[in-house]
Structure formats: C-alpha cells, structure tokens
Design a binder for this molecule. Structure first.
Ligand SMILES: *Cc1c(COP(=O)(O)O)cnc(C)c1O
Length: 391
C-alpha cells in the first residue's frame, strides 16, 4: 500500500529531549507514553536507551503492550477502572497507581488470586479534583493500604500527585500543592508505609522547577518537544506531517471554495487539493487561518476544512499532482509548527499531536543527522505500516 500522507517521527529529537530531562532530573525520569506516546507511536526503546528509567501509561493494556514489545523497565499504570485486569498487570510486573479504597481492594484481591504482591503507588489529589484520593480520605486510604501490606497482597512502593498550575510558575497554588503533597507523604509514613519514591512533577513543574525536590519526574509532553510553560529553549519538536497534492486547477476571481462557499477567491489563482481533513486530525477550527508549506513557501488553506480534504491557494504557482506538501514540522525550513497549528485552532500542542488519524502512515526516522550526508535509515512501526523511506 502506498500512503499519501505520512506522520514522520523524528527519533533523534525524542532521544535528545529525553537525554535533556534525564540530565535535568539526575536520571530520575519516568517517560510518560500515554495516548500512543502522545501520537508518536513506538518509541519506548528510544526513550529507555536515551536515559528514561521507567515508563508511565494510563491503562494496563498500554503497559501490557509495552511488555509484549520487549520492555523490561519498570512501568506504572494509573487511571484504571475497578474491573481492570489487575491480575494480568501484577503478573507482568506492572506497578499500579491507586486512588481509592475500592480500587485498592480490587488490586489486592487480584494479586492474591495470582499469589503475587502488587506494587502500588498511592495517588493523592493535591488540587485538581480529578484523579487521586481527596486529601480528606488520604489517611484512611493509607491505613487500608498498610493493612493489605500486612496481609501480603500488596506493597506500597510510591506516592504520586499531579500539579494543576505548574505551567504558571508564579501561581500561588503551586506552593500549596507542594505542601499538601509533602504532608501526604508524611502521613503515609506515619501510617506505617515505606514508599521508596514520591513523584509530583510533570513537564511544566520540572522545567519551571516548581515540582522539584521529590524523587521522580513523570515527563510526557517534554519528550516530544512540548513545554506547557513555554519557557524552555532546549526542546525539539519530534513530528512532521506531510502529504501530496491530489489535483490542482486555476480558478477565476469570485470562485467560491468549500462548503458554504465561505472563501471566495479575490483574484485569479491556483488551487491544490490535499487529501487530509478533520478526519485525519486537522482541526476544523483552523479553517481560514492555517497554512502549509508548498514549494518552499507558506501558502494559506482556503475554505472550510472537509473531513477528507482541504484546499491550498498556491497563487501564481500551478503545482502538479504528487508534489510534496508539509503540513507541519520542526519549523527549520519555514513549514508551520505544531505550535502554529495549536494557535490557529485555539488549542494546545498536545491536542494536535494526539489527533492525527489512522489514515496517515507512521514513519519512524531513526537518524536525522543533516550533517553526515549519508543515507539515513528509517523503519515503520506501530499499527499502521507505511513505506520505508530514506530521510
Ligand atoms: C499526562 C500525565 C503526566 C505527564 O504530563 P506532561 O505535562 O505531559 O509531562 C504526568 N502525570 C500524570 C498523572 C499525567 O496524566
């Protein structure tokens, strides 16, 4: 199968970002690979080779898939429903984050069934009212965990929290959440637990330093060049989305383009049709704002985005079917970046990178050295195999 559109994953950038965070955290780095590694696919071995000590995901299925892919490093899974397959997780040596007594009992029961001890990270909510135990329920949760430890069905190895406002380093909430977290760790110890690690900081809290001082850093976005605090200068974007022109045509002044004819050509111009739409993850809210790189220049996308296609105005240039188009990339050659797309769609970069659809081939470039001049290797992995390419 020939894929018209490709999502190119720049492995070197992910390795460089990982090495940056490994150095910044003294090696205490958990690489968060949820949501198919923020849309970047099979990069677990790259981050482990580049310095991540463990991996984090939001489901047992993701953890088991990593194990099946040969990952032997520690893996933590959080956000599991009460009927999740905890027994499979325990048998696969997957650590489980737990935030309520009901879940704690479910994990203990599953571990007893398979005659193993579950490795548990108790999760405390320090301020988002989302995942994690409410602070009021925390002492009781610790007590139950200690009882289950005595019974031999689990071992509390970690305490986990997550900050709400770390992307704003001056926000007063940060200090409050750090204190709540430190208190929660103290409470756990007082109740007889002996966790070997506490972890509070994600990317923003690590970059800005507001989550420093605890044992481990759970880094997701930063590995992929996304810094929610907007303060780091050292991270490299790791994705390019490319496609090819399907057809092109010349249109007269006054020609309406797309559903509703929202866009009307104000001059004689050339239009090229691209086989990507909101069904492939291009945010429809970016209609009439976004652009793409064609023949080395930024050109506007015109008219409302459709599900499967968008139209680019190439002005004087009559481009041919099959000509390459860069939708986004690291930005080094004038192409729009993921940050540009996020701005056009009034959203965050995370949403752009996690939404690229299954009709787009994932291509992993394992070397992107632009200096060497040697032939670079590439391979495709993940659920959607594409053509192997030379970088
Ligand atoms: C997604 C997530 C992370 C990683 O956050 P980033 O900001 O992407 O680094 C860490 N911890 C939890 C609980 C998460 O859900």
């Amino acid at each position: 199968m020939v894929w018209t559109s490709e999502l190119i994953v720049h492995d070197e950038a992910i390795r460089a970002n990982t090495a940056h965070f490994a150095a910044a955290t003294g090696g205490r780095l958990m690489a968060v690979l949820k949501a198919d590694a923020f849309g970047h696919g099979a990069i677990a071995h790259s981050v482990l080779e580049a310095g991540a000590a463990s991996l984090g995901v939001t489901s047992i299925d993701e953890a088991l898939a990593l194990r099946a892919g040969g990952v032997s490093a520690p893996i933590l899974s959080w956000l599991n429903p009460v009927d999740a397959d905890f027994a499979a997780a325990v048998l696969a040596d997957v650590d489980l984050a737990v935030a309520s007594p009901v879940l704690l009992h479910a994990v203990a029961r599953a571990a007893s069934l398979v005659r193993r001890r579950a490795r548990v990270h108790l999760h405390v909510d320090v301020g988002m009212a989302r995942d994690g135990s409410p602070v009021e329920a925390w002492p009781a949760l610790c007590t139950i965990a200690r009882e289950l430890e005595h019974l031999g069905s689990l071992h509390v190895v970690g305490i986990m929290g997550h900050m709400s406002c770390a992307d704003q380093p001056g926000h007063p909430q940060n200090q409050r959440e750090r204190l709540l977290f430190a208190n929660a760790v103290r409470t756990a110890r007082r109740r007889g637990l002996a966790p070997s690690v506490a972890h509070l900081a994600a990317t923003a809290a690590t970059v800005t330093g507001v989550g420093a001082g605890f044992g481990l850093h759970r880094i997701g976005a930063g590995l992929f060049g996304i810094d929610p605090s907007g303060t780091s200068r050292e991270l490299r974007p790791a994705l390019s989305l490319t496609t090819h022109v399907v057809t092109s045509r010349e249109v007269a002044t006054g020609t309406g383009i797309g559903y509703g004819l929202d866009h009307v050509a104000d001059r004689r111009t050339h239009l090229a049709l691209l086989p990507l739409g909101y069904g492939d993850g291009l945010p429809r809210a970016a209609s009439e704002r976004a652009g793409v790189l064609v023949r080395g220049r930024r050109r506007p996308l015109v008219g409302r985005f459709s599900m499967d296609m968008v139209v680019v105005d190439t002005g004087e240039d009559e481009v041919a079917p099959g000509e390459p188009v860069t939708v986004f990339g690291p930005g080094a050659h004038g192409e729009p970046t993921v940050a540009d797309w996020a701005g056009w769609a009034d959203t965050i970069e995370h949403e752009i990178v996690t939404r690229v659809g299954s009709r787009v081939a994932r291509v992993h470039r394992t070397s992107t050295s632009e200096m060497s001049g040697t032939t670079k290797t590439a391979e495709t992995t993940g659920p959607h195999r594409g053509e192997a390419v030379d970088a």
